[in-house]
Design a protein around this ligand. Structure first.
Ligand SMILES: Cc1cc2nc3c(=O)[nH]c(=O)nc-3n(C[C@H](O)[C@H](O)[C@H](O)COP(=O)(O)OP(=O)(O)OC[C@H]3O[C@@H](n4cnc5c(N)ncnc54)[C@H](O)[C@@H]3O)c2cc1C
Length: 420
């Protein structure tokens, strides 16, 4: 008689859940009953949105120091055991996805995330992984080493091993609602979880005039400074001014995790100090000084338009009490050039808030890595595995978060296969 107990049930059909099932299905687990339970109408909904629809699935330069977690040593060991090379190998040689590198960023050569979702989806179908769609799991209990999984529609599934791959809290429209702690409340203590918070998100400010910069992008640097003047985080790259009155872009998102924690701890007087030029104040002084000799008769806005975006010149000069479209460069004295250069390279933006879960690309928080063994198995509950964004690991932009999804999924699959 065919058993109704699954060898493994994976809760959540996102990047981590699908990758785990793929690894299990062929590499370790051929012919065994595997099920993915997914709350949405299809698998891989968030994966389809990644990299602006292009899916930056990994990075050739994965560095454990660029992640936030409660157990950095274990994270480094996990990435060492299953890193970007292993991921690329599985995608190219098993899933049949041709990859391409842009700088250190790794994409499918089609630059379409649907290629990645489809490759995983087809592979699961080819290998008889069952999928229950539109079933939201509400609880899991355990008795005699068998897990009972109940869904909101009162369906029950039995499994020898279960993998929690329900993601975090961001982009809830993709199905990720931070369910892991609720699902596991009968099995593990609340203290095993760090509360989820948005990370890789925008920052908001009430500084006057900032909304007028909406849509402007520039390359530069952001430093997060606390009330004592200490630098708490910094990053270089693109800065984007948002219509909500704030800043975003890759380098801002990369430091946002630190700011979210500072604000939620009640810290005040936090500043994002922006270098809006990508150059030093000395270099900018020289450039404006030379322009003053060449284009003295032009307005500052016109004379500087070849080196600075007009909106930025206008915004910064207004802060100095000057009008860039009225004043000629001749009228700007040396001291004002110095002040303008300093402001362009260290413009202080008071930070008042951050983009919520609808805007954040990833969550910080989740199940503590410290409480998992090397296979992502809960140390004091054999057979229960947690992977992907549900674990307290979050990285910077650039393929780091998907790499964690693949790494944790592969390690769990390897661990489960050892117990078969
Ligand atoms: C706009 C955007 C762009 C991004 N771009 C990149 C990028 O280019 N590179 C990168 O590395 N990272 C990127 N990320 C982050 C990346 O998408 C996540 O790190 C990754 O998807 C996490 O995978 P996961 O499987 O853990 O969670 P998810 O992909 O969120 O999957 C979780 C799944 O579980 C299901 N689920 C939740 N609760 C239940 C329940 N109770 N019962 C059943 N099913 C449930 C959900 O419906 C969902 O399908 C991006 C994120 C966003 C939002």
């Amino acid at each position: 008689m065919k058993s109704n107990v699954y060898e493994c049930v994976i809760i959540g059909g996102g990047a981590a859940g699908m990758f785990c099932a793929s690894k299990l299905a062929k590499s370790f687990y051929h012919g065994k009953k595997i099920m993915i339970i997914e709350s949405g109408p299809r698998v891989g909904r968030k994966l389809a949105l990644t990299g602006s629809g292009r899916c930056n699935l990994s990075n050739s330069d994965i560095d454990p120091a660029k992640y936030n977690t409660d157990d950095p040593d274990k994270l480094a060991a996990c990435l060492e055991r299953y890193g970007e090379t292993d991921t690329c190998d599985f995608f190219e040689n098993i899933l049949g996805v041709v990859l391409e590198q842009k700088g250190s960023l790794i994409y499918p050569s089609t630059y379409k995330s649907s290629t990645v979702v489809d490759a995983l989806r087809f592979y699961l179908a080819d290998n008889n992984v069952e999928t229950a769609l539109k079933e939201r799991v509400k609880s899991v209990t355990e008795s005699n080493h068998i897990f009972e999984i109940k869904t909101e529609s009162n369906k029950k599934f039995l499994a020898k091993n279960i993998v929690i791959a329900t993601g975090g809290i961001t982009y809830p429209s993709t199905g990720a609602n931070g369910d892991a702690a609720g699902i596991l409340e009968d099995l593990v203590d609340d203290s095993y979880f760090v509360p989820f918070k948005p990370a890789l998100t925008s920052l908001t400010s009430d500084i006057s005039g900032i909304k007028g910069l909406a849509g402007i992008r520039c390359r530069g640097e952001v430093k997060i400074i606390d009330h004592k003047g200490e630098v708490k985080a910094k990053s270089e790259g693109e800065i984007l001014f948002t219509k909500e009155g704030g800043i975003s872009g890759i380098c801002v998102m990369d430091v946002s995790d630190v700011v979210v924690r500072m604000l939620d701890n009640g810290e005040e007087d936090i500043k994002a100090v922006l270098n809006l030029t990508g150059k030093s104040a000395g270099e900018i002084f020289q450039m404006i000084y030379i322009r003053r000799q060449m284009y003295a008769h032009r307005t500052c806005a016109d004379a500087l338009s070849g080196m600075l975006l007009r909106g930025i010149t206008d915004f910064v000069m207004k802060k100095m009490g000057l009008k860039c479209d009225k004043m000629t460069l001749r009228e700007l004295n040396d001291q004002q050039i110095a002040e303008l250069s300093n402001l362009l390279c260290a413009f202080p933006v008071p930070v008042k808030g951050y983009g919520d879960v609808d805007k954040a690309q990833v969550s910080s928080g989740g199940f503590k890595l410290l409480r998992l063994d090397d296979s992502m198995q809960v140390k004091d509950l054999p057979g229960l595995y947690i992977i992907g964004e549900s674990v307290n690991v979050n990285g910077i932009c650039g393929g780091y978060n998907l790499q964690w999804a693949w790494t944790s999924a592969a390690l769990a699959a390897e661990g489960i296969s050892r117990n078969v």
